[in-house]
Design a protein around this ligand. Structure first.
Ligand code: SF4
Ligand code: SF4
Length: 364
């Protein structure tokens, strides 16, 4: 595979600190059974609502077919009192994850043996710094919980992977990591796609079947869930772009509206923009009405640009970069596509190869 480094616009600065948005006026929780709710009833923080958990306490203001609008009473009245668990063992770890984060629970459950632990602090997307800032902000807690995991699972090899361009953090880590001899820092080049589990484990030559693989954001979340035995109702989001006065990384409550967050934290300096979610290469367009959920890691506010597609000049650049070696020009092996969008990114004729692949998949 040919690794690619994405080109950055030097005028868009990557944020270097986390800001916190814990007091939204309203949240909007997705539902599928409106008849089960009553206007004016009290909702507590962490209360389960249709496979989700409320991220605030407050009153139901509106019941829509698809969501509940809850107004914040700013009391943070919780379903359970926050209690610190100082004795983390396999039983308490599994129990907390099985109740409060099913995806993380399955990651542990799917492994018969954990020989290696790989924590990935790389953010692939341009101008995004969620994993790395989360690491910086929680470095002591991260090293402590990781040391605990190594002990509980008797892991032989444990790596924290970061980009070799993060010089400030590397110095800080080297100072602290010395007290944890089982944890090694691995520095990798600034290539695109190293945030992906399959690509990074392949590059590190580590067996996927015996490896617990977590992003840094997942490890920080795990630490909070296991330590406090409660759901983590927040997540990290980068908001950036060339029409914003300043870019931000914000720790926000779930189910807040993008409009409210923008009005409090961001200044838009050019109104001719598009909002793109999760990737400049293969993300999707949205509006300010978007409700923020934890599968969103970045929202771009970018100037609208006209790009004209032209004929393929058979330069072969798309073939060179494709991590799955797909025969793009002849339309073979499309089912292997991982939708990384690199072919689109390098194409000098601005051909939307990825959308052609998707259409081809739909036909079949
Ligand atoms: S990169 Fe674009 S122009 Fe070049 S071969 Fe691929 S599709 Fe054709
Ligand atoms: S989007 Fe699909 S075809 Fe294009 S480079 Fe990525 S894996 Fe290859």
């Amino acid at each position: 595979m040919t690794y690619v480094t994405l080109e950055k616009d030097p005028l868009i600065k990557v944020p270097n600190k986390i800001e916190y948005f814990y007091d939204p006026k309203y949240i909007y929780i997705p539902i599928n059974n409106p008849a089960n709710f009553r206007l004016g009833s009290l909702v507590l923080k962490d209360m389960p609502i249709c496979h989700n958990y409320s991220s605030i306490s407050g009153i139901i203001q509106k019941i829509d077919e698809h969501y509940l609008m809850i107004s914040n009473d700013y009391r943070e009245k919780c379903v359970r009192v926050k209690k610190i668990n100082n004795k983390i063992d396999l039983y308490s770890l599994n129990k907390a994850l099985s109740i409060y984060d099913h995806d993380l629970f399955l990651k542990f459950k799917s492994l018969k043996k954990i020989d290696n632990i790989v924590i990935n602090a790389i953010d692939d997307e341009l101008y995004v710094a969620n994993n790395i800032l989360n690491f910086k902000e929680n470095i002591d807690d991260v090293l402590e919980i990781l040391d605990k995991l190594i002990y509980l699972y008797k892991a032989k090899k444990t790596l924290i992977v970061i980009k070799n361009t993060e010089s400030d953090l590397i110095d800080e880590c080297l100072d602290l990591i010395g007290t944890y001899p089982s944890i090694k820092l691995t520095l990798l080049e600034n290539y695109y796609l190293l945030e992906r589990k399959d690509i990074i484990l392949n590059k590190l030559k580590i067996d996927e079947n015996k490896t617990l693989y977590l992003s840094m954001n997942e490890l920080v979340k795990l630490e909070k869930i296991v330590k406090y035995n409660m759901v983590d109702s927040t997540f990290l989001l980068t908001i950036c772009g060339d029409v914003l006065k300043e870019n931000k990384v914000i720790m926000t409550k779930r189910y807040v509206s993008l409009k409210e967050l923008v009005s409090k934290y961001l200044e838009i300096i050019d109104n001719n923009y598009v909002i793109i979610v999760n990737s400049l290469i293969n993300g999707y367009e949205t509006s300010l009405n978007l409700i923020l959920t934890d599968d969103i890691k970045v929202i771009y506010f970018m100037k609208k640009k006209k790009v004209r597609e032209s004929k393929c000049i058979r330069c072969g650049k798309c073939l060179e970069v494709c991590p799955k070696h797909i025969d793009i020009l002849n339309g073979n092996d499309y089912e292997e596509c991982i939708s990384c969008g690199l072919c689109n990114y390098v194409c000098p004729s601005f051909i939307n190869i990825l959308s052609r692949i998707k259409k081809d998949g739909e036909k079949k």
